[in-house]
Ligand binder design. Structure first.
Ligand SMILES: Nc1ncnc2c1ncn2[C@@H]1O[C@H](COP(=O)(O)OP(=O)(O)O)[C@@H](O)[C@H]1O
Ligand SMILES: [Mg+2]
Length: 466
């Protein structure tokens, strides 16, 4: 009897099921199960004694992970100072975002520095890669190039002669390996190919970069297990206007995960943007009242978004409250606190709140930024253009600390902001890169903002048109 069995594998999450079903029980997606051959079993191992190996002590001689710096500053910052020998990176991103461009520029820089680097494209013909290199002015770089998809052939070829320092596999979805019987592109193949390449990297000491496609909901296509198998997961995303690209790391065994690298896509390839504040600030209405920048978190990653508020006298009996991108009951709470504890009367005003860029904010940490934007609009007092806000407001009007204060401050400093208004407890997390002023209560924030504008609304009586 053959030990090989067929199973049905979900193409979304990689869960296996013994029979076909319309819906994957693991991830709940419909019509994602497809029939795949199971990975070839290694054959029953004879029971016997295992090989003995030496156990080591924690103390002992170790060198710091040897790194291969690419010389591209924004990339080296994200990897933690360069590629680590024997490590495997997964680079994800939408089609056309510039993954191949970034990697051909990286390989060219390393090849020019005298390292052996190999670029394997499974998607494009050699001529196409050459055309791109020519457009980027990298044709003279001694990069070794091939258009191949068989993992075994690739490993046999690059193991000849001097071992390469860096191997690019563009992309992992196009690769196939003999060890697995499924069709290329299936979850089992992607996983099998990744496993074989990871084994090669660990054995040879070469750094391998796998390019991965991203599905429409932003996840790296194929099994999430590939993300668990590799040492680092980087993602390349478009930010703001079309030409800017941000490189982030979602996981990194050898470096930080809170660094970002910013690039600009030009006709000559990707250009490093060392001062990204220009790109972020360029699209804002500077100096107009009612906007505040919130240093938020999206999952575990910091994200700066602009909060816009418009507070205008209402002609309606029941003033309008309109929110896009935030929780409307949370807005009612902030308005009630402003009214009850800070003397800000909004009963006769319409309030519109919008989170710019179509973002949806979930966290209560936005309370302080929302309050700042509301008061700024009401008092006609523009907030400082280089300031960010975050903090949770309690019903008593106190400003409470929020998670990951240091990461938010770091992202704000990286994006060129010079000051932050934060809860008192967050001051301890500041690292000097950004000027931090703390507020203990909403009352002091309101007083600070109102001091810069026209007399605050509390001087007027609610509902009266000015
Ligand atoms: N002839 C060209 N002139 C300028 N930019 C180009 C040209 N061809 C491609 N690009 C840019 O390169 C991008 C494609 O980059 P690429 O590295 O192939 O993306 P990916 O590998 O992520 O799919 C395009 O979106 C475009 O911005
Ligand atoms: Mg590509």
């Amino acid at each position: 009897m053959s030990r090989r069995t067929l199973s049905f594998v979900c193409q979304n999450c990689g869960a296996a099921s013994p029979r076909w079903q319309g819906k994957c029980e693991a991830c709940g997606e419909w019509n994602t199960l497809s029939e795949e051959g199971a990975e070839r079993a290694a054959g029953p191992r004879k029971p016997g004694k295992g090989r003995l190996f030496a156990l080591e002590a924690l103390a002992g001689d170790t060198q710091d992970a040897p790194r291969l710096a690419s010389g591209i500053g924004e990339l080296d910052r994200v990897t933690g100072g360069g590629f680590v020998r024997g490590s495997v990176l997964l680079l994800g991103g939408d089609p056309g975002i510039g993954k191949s461009t970034l990697l051909i520029q990286t390989t060219a820089a390393l090849a020019r520095a005298g390292h052996r680097v190999v670029y394997i494209s499974g998607e494009e013909a050699v001529a196409q890669v050459r055309l791109r290199a020519e457009r980027l002015g990298l044709r003279d770089a001694p990069v070794e190039l091939a258009s191949q998809t068989s993992v075994e052939d690739i490993i046999a070829t690059i193991s000849e002669g001097k071992l390469p320092k860096l191997v690019i596999i563009d992309s992992i979805q196009t690769m196939w390996t003999d060890t697995v019987e499924s069709a290329p592109g299936t979850v089992t193949q992607v996983r099998g190919s990744a496993q074989t390449l990871i084994r090669f990297a660990k054995k040879s000491g070469a750094c391998v970069i796998l390019v991965g496609h991203v599905t429409k909901d932003g996840q790296i296509a194929g099994p999430r297990v590939v993300e668990h198998m590799v040492d680092a997961v980087l993602s390349f995303e478009a930010e703001g206007s079309h030409q800017f690209r941000v490189l982030r790391s979602a996981k990194n065994r050898f470096g930080p995960t809170d660094e970002i690298g910013v690039f600009e896509m030009t006709g000559d390839g990707l250009r490093e943007v060392t001062n990204p504040s220009e790109l972020f600030l360029s699209e804002r209405d500077l100096g107009s009242p009612g906007t505040a920048v919130f240093a938020g978190l999206e999952g575990t990653r910091p994200l700066l978004v602009e909060i816009q508020a418009l507070v205008a006298p209402s002609s309606l009996g029941t003033p309008r409250r309109s929110v896009v991108g935030w929780d409307s009951s949370r807005l009612s709470m902030v308005l009630a606190v402003l009214e009850a504890h800070c003397g800000v009367r909004l009963g006769g005003h319409d309030v519109y709140l919008n989170v710019a860029g179509g973002f949806r904010i979930q966290e209560p940490a936005a309370d302080l930024a929302v309050a700042a934007a509301l008061v700024s609009s009401l008092c006609n007092a523009p907030l400082p253009a280089d300031g960010v806000y975050f903090g949770e407001v309690s019903l008593s009007g106190a400003v409470r600390p929020v998670a990951q204060g240091a990461a938010r401050l770091k992202e704000a400093a990286k994006l060129g902001f010079a000051r932050a208004v934060v809860p008192e407890a967050t001051r301890a997390e500041a690292n000097g890169a950004i000027q931090v002023s703390d507020v203990g209560s909403l009352t002091s924030l309101v007083a600070d903002i109102a001091a810069n504008g026209r007399p605050p609304a509390r001087a007027k009586s609610g509902g009266e048109d000015g």
